[in-house]
Design a protein around this ligand. Sequence first.
Ligand code: AP5
Ligand code: MG
Ligand code: ZN
Length: 217
Amino acid sequence: MILVLLGPPGAGKGTQAERLQETFSLVHVASGDLFRENLREQTELGILAQKYMDQGKLVPDDVTIGMVHARLEQPDSAKGVILDGFPRTIPQARGLNQMLDDTGRELDAVLHIAVPDEELLRRLSGRWICENCQTPYHDLSKPPQKAGVCDMCGGRLYQRDDDKPETVRARLKVYHEQTSPLIEFYRESGHLREVDGAGDIDAVWQALKESVQALES
Ligand code: AP5
Ligand code: MG
Ligand code: ZN
């Protein structure tokens, strides 16, 4: 199964991907996580991506497509993939189609998690992330059992540099201008499934799970 999670910054893509990967035995491939991993290791790709990420802008398409392509060539992705944060532009969507065509795979669905902007600002300002396994937490909606420590792996929690309010506003603007056209793109191709992302984490999970189960049957 190949699924895409499409939605604005803070919609809950990472949060829901974690549950999807467990329930449906899929591999979670998040372009933002891959960039941050490269940044930590100070690779050439990471250093290039940082300039864009710090400003809330998109990393250029060719670089992003190349990185995701390399990840999808790894053997574990054969069991099925949840793409989180990719594609984010029409050229990236075409790039994905090409990659899948080349390997005889097919996109199953694009799950669009819709959330109003005011709620996104609230979610991102209270977010903490595990530096080891990338699990997201939230001061109010999903606090860890022990402050500053990941429930899943004991890793240290940190706040992302690009979750500062001015950068979040830039990310939202970029989403509306460059990524939201994908909603129409995937509606036309018949892949789009709408999921209401405004409820709490469990309510969104219920809706998402039902949507994916409907694909399986
Ligand atoms: P990326 O890491 O993908 O960030 P993003 O799309 O901005 O999304 P987020 O990770 O911020 O949000 P999320 O939807 O995963 O929400 P989460 O589950 O954490 O990209 C970062 C940067 O990398 C980009 O700006 C760009 O520069 C670059 N990049 C990445 N991909 C690229 C691409 N394809 N092309 C070009 N550049 C690219 O949840 C948010 C918070 O809310 C958490 O605290 C969580 O606990 C809480 N929460 C979740 N759900 C709920 C709920 N239902 N109710 C209450 N709280 C909730
Ligand atoms: Mg995320
Ligand atoms: Zn962890």
